[in-house]
Design a protein around this ligand. Structure first.
Ligand code: SF4
Length: 427
């Protein structure tokens, strides 16, 4: 009997549990005003959200809208937000080691708009000289002109939302362009010198065959892609794909047994070809993609977030930028007023959950006595993971096995709950 039968396919459940558990009731606006006058001391990243896509994919429920004329001024909003916060001590006192443009599709912006944002950032924010500057993109929006501008402005990592190189799968997922177009474009990006080029890969979509999956893996190896983020298809309520499935126009995706077979194929094929596990949903060529942005996030670092609907964190202030941000509020307060203060225990649990995302469990965040107490509190859970072959002892920590990585988000979610209960009992 397996420990789990229903697979959690994202980290979301753990994050929600965390956020609800460790609230510090102090006035969050007064808190952030004080923080902005202090010196920063955490690892830190910048996140810029561009919530537009030319076409909405059939499976996607991310925070994005179909491209419209509001995009014309969107970069000005980002620039205004950067200017409103740039001078504070907290922002200037420590370098940012990573910048991440996410979406949506950040490359729907024109070359000039992208350049304007990057220039403002370099001029006003302390970005480390060797910072990772990463841009999510689809193949269709990545023009020669944009590539040149981004190279000039220090972009050094791409995350390309390919999902599959198989034309049938691309049509079903609502992706623009053929698999051949995707291959040609990625080759061009790599030839331009962007060696740290990554792709998103979706597996277990309706009707996917093993041959189709092997085809995707063959292309990944041949193109010498630096890393992949691989996700089993999640059918979001209300997405176009789930409607088509409900109406019987497309078959249901395969069940959990087939999903595990697909997962094993990806994992084994790529680990045999020189990839390593960076995260439970991320395999990278050895020492090629450090994915600095996620390293900062999983170490409970600061994330200075710009753009409509982006979520960020400065010290113990978690915030969310409203979809429409009022200029007046931004004059009073440089960070969105929609937020809350979290306690230090949030940081402890967040880092421990971040470790699970990196593929291991460790009790090393507090003093020796508390670590031991925490371990004893979680011991029956750890023993069950060991018995079920989901982790194995590795020095003074536990490493997730291949099966543990498959069930990694379930482990994260249960571990989060266990740690929350620990703090409720002993704090
Ligand atoms: S998958 Fe990417 S390109 Fe497609 S709708 Fe979602 S954010 Fe846009």
């Amino acid at each position: 009997m397996n420990m789990y039968s229903i697979r959690q396919r994202s980290h979301h459940a753990s994050l929600v549990k965390l956020k609800d558990a460790f609230t510090d009731r102090q006035n969050h606006i007064e808190y952030i005003k004080k923080v902005l006058k202090t010196k920063a001391d955490r690892p830190r990243a910048i996140y810029i959200h561009i919530p537009y896509c030319v076409k909405l994919c059939s499976f996607c429920n991310l925070n994005r809208v179909k491209l419209d004329s509001s995009v014309e001024d969107y970069h000005k909003l980002i620039i205004r937000q950067i200017k409103s916060i740039a001078d504070y001590e907290y922002i200037q006192s420590k370098e940012f080691e990573s910048v991440y443009f996410g979406g949506g599709t950040p490359t729907v912006l024109s070359a000039k708009q992208i350049e304007a944002i990057l220039k403002t950032m370099h001029d006003l924010l302390p970005i480390s000289r060797d910072a990772e500057i990463s841009v999510e993109t689809s193949i269709s929006e990545l023009t020669e002109e944009k590539l040149d501008v981004m190279k000039e402005m220090g972009v050094n990592r791409f995350s390309i939302g390919v999902q599959t190189f198989v034309d049938r799968g691309r049509r079903q997922l609502g992706r623009r362009g053929s698999g051949y177009d995707a291959i040609k474009k990625i080759q061009k990006v790599i030839d331009k010198g962007f060696k740290n080029t990554n792709i998103d890969l979706i597996y277990n979509y309706p009707g996917q065959t093993k041959e189709e999956l092997y085809f995707d893996l063959k292309i990944i190896k041949e193109l010498d892609i630096a890393g992949i983020s691989y996700y089993s298809l999640i059918l979001h309520e209300g997405s176009m794909l789930s409607k088509l499935i409900k109406e019987g126009k497309i078959a249901e995706p395969p069940g959990i047994e087939e999903e595990k077979i697909f997962f094993d194929i990806i994992y084994e094929e790529l680990l045999d070809s020189g990839f390593d596990v960076l995260e439970i949903t991320k395999l990278v060529k050895k020492n090629r993609d450090k994915y600095q942005y996620i390293q900062v996030k999983n170490r409970a670092g600061d994330c200075l977030a710009f753009g409509n609907g982006a979520g960020g964190r400065l010290k113990n202030y978690l915030y969310y930028n409203q979809p429409t941000i009022s200029k007046i509020l931004y004059k009073i307060l440089p960070v969105s007023p929609m937020g809350k203060v979290i306690t230090n225990n949030y940081n402890v649990v967040d880092k421990m959950i971040g470790q699970v995302q990196f593929g291991y469990i460790s009790f090393n965040q507090l003093d020796a006595e508390t670590n031991e107490k925490m371990y004893q509190y979680c011991k029956d859970f750890i023993d069950r993971l060991l018995e079920n072959g989901l982790i194995k002892k590795d020095g003074n920590k536990y490493k997730l096995t291949k099966d543990g990585i498959f069930w990694g988000n379930n482990i994260c979610s249960d571990f989060t709950e266990r740690l929350i209960n620990f703090f409720e009992k002993y704090d």
